[in-house]
Design a protein around this ligand. Structure first.
Ligand code: FES
Ligand SMILES: [Fe+2]
Length: 350
């Protein structure tokens, strides 16, 4: 499936964000993750669990049902399942067959997120989750906060591509966070196992419209802009702004230091979830930008959904005339394709 090989949809053996931890209460939540129906809920002791979201009786969504103690109770005919997936009660009969069960999925609360592993549970290693210190979530002096959750009517890779090519900042977000320097400054790309990194070191460029509006800065600034893509679905972005090194009054002084967290989770073949959070060096810094950032995220979603429509018009296989700035996205697509190929090979061999 575009932009991957036919038959390749999404990596299954990987951690994906299923929800912001604070959003999951004792009310269950229905999700579709990598094409799988999933119900998320919290047990009586507050532990979050993920089970199959399709009632095996008549296919009612269990995430649109209710929770009783540690169990999820189907909202249609009241069949109940424990967090281990085993059916515990069928109200209309005395006998509960052993085979009456739903799948369960590894779910971990880590940072501000709930992470699900939709693939082989034996491979679900929490050590593969992004390091909260490294991404600036738990770093000393940084203040993290969750901001937005969206359901996007576009395939997940369009959002990954968007985050892997920040030359779009100057155009899609030209009135807020972008300057032409994002497109003109050469990009440094590096690869580690499971992580793809991009950086731009912008020297003595004009301030972004947001810096002007929010802090009244008119002088030239230096910026470090980049993204660390933790495959398969999490991008930790860097946005550091300093007064320019040759600034007459405050040379090289920090203006603002932000880390942005974009989690992109495949839902169906043409839709995904998008979770956006941040951490700021200023207490209250995340909430302070909530209102200004919301339209910026909507611009990315607009682009994604419009491109999804163009893909449909092209019968699912659009052509692309690549340019130099696509290098990062192409490299990351190859990494994802290699992960999907390895999974396909394993399932054939199994
Ligand atoms: S569909 Fe769930 S109990 Fe009937
Ligand atoms: Fe964007």
């Amino acid at each position: 499936m575009y932009p991957f090989r036919d038959g390749s949809f999404a990596v299954r053996n990987g951690w994906y964000v299923a929800a912001f931890a604070a959003d999951l209460t004792d009310m269950p939540m229905q999700r579709t993750i990598v094409g799988l129906p999933i119900a998320l809920y919290r047990k009586a002791d507050g532990t979050a669990v993920a089970v199959g979201g399709r009632c095996p009786h008549r296919n009612f969504p269990l995430g649109k049902s209710c929770v009783r103690g540690d169990e999820i109770v189907c909202g249609y005919h009241g069949i109940a399942f424990g967090p281990d997936g085993q059916c515990t009660d069928i109200p209309s009969q005395d006998f509960v067959p052993r085979s009456y069960r739903i799948p369960t999925y590894p779910l971990v609360e880590h940072g501000m997120w709930l992470w699900i592993w939709p693939g082989d549970p034996d491979k679900a290693d929490p050590a593969l989750l992004p390091d909260l210190q490294l991404i600036g979530h738990d770093e000393e002096g940084m203040h993290p906060g969750a901001l937005f959750s969206f359901e996007v009517q576009g395939r997940y890779q369009l959002l990954n591509d968007n985050l892997l090519d920040l030359t779009h900042l100057a155009f899609l977000h030209g009135t807020s966070i972008g300057t032409l320097e994002n497109a003109r400054t050469p990009e440094e790309l590096t690869q580690d196992p499971g992580i793809f990194r991009s950086r731009r070191y912008i020297k003595g460029g004009p301030p972004t419209p947001a810096l002007r509006d929010r802090r009244g800065i008119e002088r030239l600034v230096d910026q470090v802009v980049g993204m660390d893509f933790y495959l398969p679905g999490f991008h930790a972005g860097i946005g550091d702004h300093f007064y320019a090194e040759d600034d007459p009054e405050r040379p090289g002084e920090l203006i603002q230091r932000n880390r942005v967290f974009h989690a992109v989770t495949p839902a169906t073949q043409t839709s995904c979830y998008y979770f956006f959070g941040m951490s700021s060096h200023e207490p209250g810094g995340v909430e302070a930008v909530r209102e200004a950032l919301h339209p910026v995220l909507l611009e990315d979603i607009f682009a994604t959904e419009e491109i999804e429509k163009m893909i449909a018009l092209a019968g699912g296989s659009p052509t692309e005339l690549m340019i130099k700035s696509d290098t990062g996205a192409v490299m990351a697509r190859r990494m994802l394709q290699a992960m999907m190929d390895a999974e396909a090979k394993e399932s054939v061999g199994a």
